[in-house]
Write a new protein. Sequence first.
Length: 75
Amino acid sequence: MIYPVILCGGSGTRLWPLPRKAFPKQFIPLVGGESLLQLTLKRVAPLLLPGRLVGSAFGTAHFTQQVHSVLKAHS
């Protein structure tokens, strides 16, 4: 079985002043009102299994909100 792993991080210095410590670049709506994380989740949504998604502890609230918004649209 294959589990998609989405790596996102970095300080976002090229996007300054948009990214902040509490709101990193992967959560900022950059393309069509969606974040880079949301766009990536949409691409891998057909591969995701319920209960098999892991996110980092930093930015958990943003991560959870954006994951739920994408998964609701694909359920």
